[in-house]
Design a binder for this molecule. Structure first.
Ligand code: IPD
Ligand code: CA
Ligand code: CA
Ligand code: CA
Length: 264
């Protein structure tokens, strides 16, 4: 029988030590070392080294588990447990020295995410959750906001790097949200967008074209903080489905209706 609270403690240690490495590398980081994986899709040796450290650390916690990772350090084979890792979420912020970038680690048991850890490196905030046990930031329980409608809400989002075929629908959504809400923020890290919804610092978040490692940990943290996470059609295909809508629950229907109006 696996002691999940022990697994969580060890996962936090792995995330934080990768964070120490990333923070240290940032001090001497040279933008010339940046590589491009695709249009506006940047990566550095820091992402890759951090991922190796994380995979090595997590392999010791649950030997024989699978991995889904952004930089491809390890592969999945259909095992019972899968770690879903983004070693550095917010690479563009990191490269430019703009705060808000994080290590994100989710653990899936069969088809269900059961553990999430997101460690924000600049503000030393570690957000985490175990399924059914609530969500926390640095040991303190967190809860989603009480905003009752879009009119009282601050909305986070991410601009797509590609998939520009959907750009018009996306811009329509922004246009409407701009007029209806307190404002829109683009923080540069989907994992942190989700954690800030969980902590009540934003009331909702939506983005398309994300990958499982961007959202696995953060989505569990939102749900455990009392929020709601769906795709754009009220379904639950947000892990692999590349559409995510997260909110405090109270504004979810209104938010979703607005997206459905503009989305195909
Ligand atoms: C990115 C961030 C960003 C989102 C991008 C992601 P990365 O992840 O989460 O907020 O808008 O779509 O790819 O590349 O910094 O790990
Ligand atoms: Ca990336
Ligand atoms: Ca990411
Ligand atoms: Ca990344």
């Amino acid at each position: 029988m696996i002691d999940l609270s022990q697994v969580l403690k060890q996962t936090i240690e792995v995330a934080e030590s990768a964070g120490v490495f990333i923070r240290k590398e940032r001090q001497t980081f040279d933008v010339k070392s940046v590589e491009q994986k695709g249009l506006n899709d940047l990566v550095s040796y820091v992402d890759k080294e951090a991922e190796k450290m994380i995979v090595e650390g997590l392999s010791k916690i649950l030997p024989g588990s699978d991995f889904i990772t952004e930089e491809g350090t390890a592969q999945t084979e259909g095992k019972e447990f899968t770690w879903i890792i983004d070693p550095l979420d917010g690479t563009t912020n990191f490269i430019h020295g703009l705060p808000i970038f994080a290590v994100s680690i989710g653990l899936r048991h069969l088809d269900e995410i059961i553990l999430g850890v997101v460690y924000e490196i600049n503000f030393h905030e570690c957000f985490y959750a175990l399924k059914g046990k609530g969500a926390f930031c640095n040991g303190t329980p967190i809860k989603v906001s009480k905003a009752a409608n879009l009119g009282e809400s601050l909305i986070a989002t991410g601009f797509p790097y590609s998939a520009f075929n959907q750009i018009d629908a996306y811009l329509d959504a922004l246009k409407m949200l701009m007029q209806k809400t307190h404002g829109i923020r683009r923080l540069g890290s989907a994992a942190m967008d989700l954690c800030y919804v969980a902590a009540g610092r934003a009331d909702g978040f939506f983005e398309f074209n994300l990958k499982p490692y961007d959202v696995a940990a953060g989505a569990l943290i939102v749900k455990e903080a009392g929020g709601m996470v769906t795709d754009f059609r009220q379904g639950d295909d947000y892990l692999f489905g590349r559409e995510i809508l997260a909110s405090n629950g109270l504004i979810h229907q209104e938010f979703d209706a607005l997206l459905q109006d503009v989305w195909d």
